[in-house]
Design a protein. Structure first.
Length: 255
């Protein structure tokens, strides 16, 4: 599951690459601060592109909340929902049935532009953080859905069964987020999609040869260490993972 994100480009970068404008120019200084490691359980504000206003970047709180809640109930809901993952991720297999997701999947889809994300790999009962991004820093986004609580957007990131690459990295849960390029993101936000169209986009895999996946230092998992620093995305190799590195290299090698 995806609980850790990197987003360090300024709003102007996302505006240019996704052909959108930030909803309120006064927000630009707030979202210009680079975040090399955002922990989802802190429920940070992030920029999303919502289906209802697909030409704007708008602030959203990471962690979807049922639309029947009020803004004064959001914090209490997050405390209650910790045992369910705090609404940070949503299994795409359940989006048409789940009581929260089914209210959003047809009319409140969103994309979350990011620079990369982190997933844990387990080896001999030890966890190693991996950073996943697109080669050459090509812009991409994650597929999500959102709810609106009063005037506050809350969102979740959709996941699905892992592709061969993600199954190697995220080898315990064997799940992955749904990654989209600019064109797929545009399609995801279209109001013309039917159920089959949505399922097709959910099942599409971002091409592995376009991705980078490598291990980083374990400070990412340490609560008493500030891991929101630019060096947290630097590669750190562990000798005991040499076989895994070879497998990843083969899967991400351009044909």
């Amino acid at each position: 599951m995806c609980f850790h994100i990197s987003t360090y480009k300024e709003p102007e970068y996302w505006e240019k690459n996704f052909r959108v404008k930030i909803s309120d120019p006064n927000l630009k200084p707030v979202f210009s601060k680079p975040n090399y490691h955002l922990n989802g359980f802190s429920h940070p504000n992030m920029l999303i592109i919502p289906q209802e206003k697909s030409d704007v970047l708008a602030p959203g709180v990471w962690g979807i909340v049922p639309s029947n809640k009020t803004k004064n109930e959001i914090k209490d809901y997050y405390k209650e929902a910790v045992k369910y993952g705090s609404g940070l991720n949503a299994q795409s297999e359940k989006v048409f049935q789940h009581f929260i997701y089914r209210d959003s999947i047809m009319t409140k889809r969103c994309v979350i532009p990011i620079n990369g994300f982190y997933e844990p790999h387990e080896h001999n009962k030890k966890k190693y953080p991996f950073y996943i991004t697109v080669k050459n820093e090509h812009p991409f986004a994650l597929a999500g859905i959102y709810s609106v609580i009063d005037s506050i957007a809350t969102f979740t990131i959709l996941t699905k069964a892992a592709s061969p690459l993600f199954a190697k990295v995220h080898n315990t849960k064997k799940r992955q987020v749904i990654m989209m390029d600019e064109e797929q993101s545009h399609n995801w936000l279209s109001n013309d999609l039917n159920t089959d169209d949505i399922k097709d986009l959910i099942q599409s895999d971002y091409p592995a040869p376009k991705l980078e996946a490598y291990s980083v230092r374990k400070d990412l998992f340490k609560r008493n260490v500030n891991s929101n620093v630019d060096t947290i995305t630097d590669r750190v190799d562990y000798p005991e993972l040499s076989v895994l590195y070879k497998d990843i290299a083969e899967l991400t090698q351009a044909s």
